[in-house]
Design a binder for this molecule. Structure first.
Ligand code: PGA
Length: 250
């Protein structure tokens, strides 16, 4: 099996102030680090510059929460992947279920955003996940498989693409699937990637779990064979919790 660096990614969503960002980053900067574990913070776009400056001397990486498919132009309010690269980002989250729901983003939109991310030289964290109704109807693997197939672009490699499995019903709810359920979906994602991209790329690509990951369940989730990290919302807003999750990895 390929060695995969564990990625512990904090998705701050629309939560921050200058004061909060300083306090949170100050806390994260005290984390001594752990071999084989990469820490990433994804603040709201107005805070990317200041947060980037605060972590520039550290190993903590910077990421954004979305991008526009185009490199520039008449798209009021949007941000290009090239701008994110210019600000020092390494990653862009694309296709988060909240973007899919709030902004009607489709797999085709997410695909275009992931391509833009690659064009700018950054890594895309492509989010997929079923709703509770879809799980109850036994459609989880079909839904997630289709989202991965249609959202991940052909140019994906182990270096430029991460897939995050986030069951919609587990996000921000305190509910998580069982370990068996998580591993089943991750294994299915990896086998779909293998069919399309071949063994080397698929076995090197990181698959994150997201949805109510916290210090008390992180060790169990991160120990699963095909879980290579976490995409963490609520618990990424407290330095103590986020570093505890990073410590639980590996
Ligand atoms: P949560 O969010 O950890 O608060 O459930 C995860 C996410 O939406 O990325």
């Amino acid at each position: 099996m390929a060695e995969r660096t564990t990625l512990i990614a904090g998705n701050w969503k629309m939560n921050a102030s200058s004061e909060m960002a300083v306090n949170l980053i100050d806390g994260l900067l005290t984390w001594p680090g752990k071999p084989g574990v990469e820490m990433l913070v994804c603040p709201p776009s107005p805070y990317l510059g200041p947060v980037g400056a605060m972590i520039s001397e550290s190993d903590i990486r910077l990421g954004a929460q979305t991008c526009h498919p185009n490199a520039s132009g008449a798209h009021t309010g949007d941000v290009a992947a090239e701008m994110l690269a210019d600000l020092g980002c390494s990653y862009v989250i694309v296709g988060h279920s909240e973007r899919r729901a709030d902004h009607g983003e489709t797999d085709a939109d997410v695909h275009a955003q992931a391509e833009a991310t690659h064009r700018a030289g950054l890594s895309a964290i492509v989010c997929v996940g079923e709703t509770e109704a879809e799980r109850d109807a036994g459609k989880t693997l079909d839904i997630v498989g289709a989202q991965v197939a249609n959202s991940v672009p052909d140019g994906a490699t182990a270096e430029n693409t991460v897939v995050a499995y986030e069951p919609v019903w587990a996000i921000g709810t305190g509910r998580t699937p069982t370990s068996d359920q998580v591993q089943e979906v991750h294994a299915a994602i990896r086998s779909g990637l293998k069919e399309r991209f071949g063994d080397a790329i698929a076995s090197g690509m990181r698959l994150l779990y997201g949805g109510s990951m916290k210090p008390s369940n992180a060790a169990e989730l991160l120990a699963l064979a095909d879980v290579d990290g976490g995409l963490i919302g609520g618990a990424s807003l407290k330095a103590e919790d986020f570093t505890a999750i990073a410590d639980a990895a590996g």
